[in-house]
Write a protein of this length. Structure first.
Length: 316
């Protein structure tokens, strides 16, 4: 795949105008305040994974609408004290899978909570799909209104996942990190913009960012779902983007203050590099970015994770 977006020097300067609803902050304050009226009721059930040096818990907590959200919580066995804890969000249409898939952070001395994404994962349903016609996938579910849009529920779940992680006695409440790649990166970016109590954010090739540009560039699953929705319904694009502006990662990045480590791949045809730089260049707090010039959506893969661990050790 050749380079298809802006040259890297232009990307580093790319800071597009943000389309921000006047009541953006009020919408999210009211959404989270309403969710907070439901007791979190975090439940950590010990899970026999067969691992000898890592403890595992099967997690449930209350997310948006009182719905129970699943997850895994892993930590090194018999830690000396409270541990920095990573809240990890998942890629598009992926589930929490099995504990053995999440051993990197415990091996490095961290606890980790992995949140199942409602409707996409293996354990968590999405009871509020919205009533609008939609194309296959999740990006157009409930898209007729900001109140019914699917990612209102997901982002609220994710904010509550931080509280669930913090409630575990092993977790150090002052050292909570949000992390994820692709959709997970977009969710982590949103949570970083909605909370002021995070120690750090790891945001890799984030999805759900700079929707207007992304839908003009991408035909595949993901942003292409929105373009397909507009093509089929032939409705004014602003009717759709006016809703998506409440969920755009660029607007969350402009509010986020936790130290952040981004990554971007210049041949990424799933999350175009200009969409990532749009958020990175608007990020309010201190931020760094790793650039992978000849990679697609896989980005830095395992090497990126190794860089994360070193950066977290320095940052925390």
């Amino acid at each position: 795949m050749p380079l298809f977006d802006k040259p890297l020097p232009d990307l580093r300067e790319y800071r597009p105008e943000r389309h921000e609803p006047a009541d953006f902050d009020r919408f999210w304050q009211e959404t989270l305040a309403k969710a907070s009226t439901d007791p979190l009721e975090p439940d950590f059930v010990p899970y026999d994974s067969g691992l000898k040096t890592v403890d595992v818990w099967d997690v449930r907590f209350t997310g948006f609408g009182g719905h129970r959200i699943a997850g895994w919580f892993l930590a090194p066995r018999d830690p000396a004290g409270p541990l920095p804890t990573v809240v990890h969000f998942l890629g598009y249409q992926g589930g929490r899978n099995w504990p053995i898939d999440w051993l990197v952070y415990p091996a490095a001395g961290y606890a980790v909570l992995v949140m199942d994404t409602r409707g996409q994962g293996t354990e968590t349903a999405d009871p509020d799909p919205g009533a609008n016609p939609q194309v296959p996938g999740f990006l157009t579910r409930g898209l007729v209104d900001r109140d019914t849009y699917y990612y209102r529920r997901v982002f609220t779940d994710a904010v509550r996942a931080v509280d669930a992680a913090r409630s575990h006695p092993i977790a150090d409440p002052a050292r909570i990190v949000v992390a994820g790649g692709s959709q997970g990166g977009g969710i982590a970016q949103a949570v970083a913009g909605l909370r002021t109590d995070l120690a750090a954010a790891l945001i890799d090739v984030p999805f759900l960012t700079h929707f207007r540009r992304a839908t003009e560039m991408i035909e595949k699953t993901g942003y292409g779902e929105i373009a397909d929705y507009l093509a089929r319904r032939r409705i004014p694009p602003e009717d759709v983007f006016g809703v998506l502006d409440y969920f755009d990662g660029v607007n969350f990045a402009a509010r986020a203050t936790a130290p952040a480590r981004y990554s971007v791949a210049l041949m990424d045809t799933v999350c175009p590099p200009s969409t990532v730089f749009a958020a990175y260049n608007h990020y309010r707090g201190p931020a760094e970015i790793d650039v992978w010039p000849y990679n697609g959506h896989e980005g830095g893969a395992q090497l990126q994770r190794m860089r994360h661990l070193k950066w977290l050790a320095d940052t925390l």
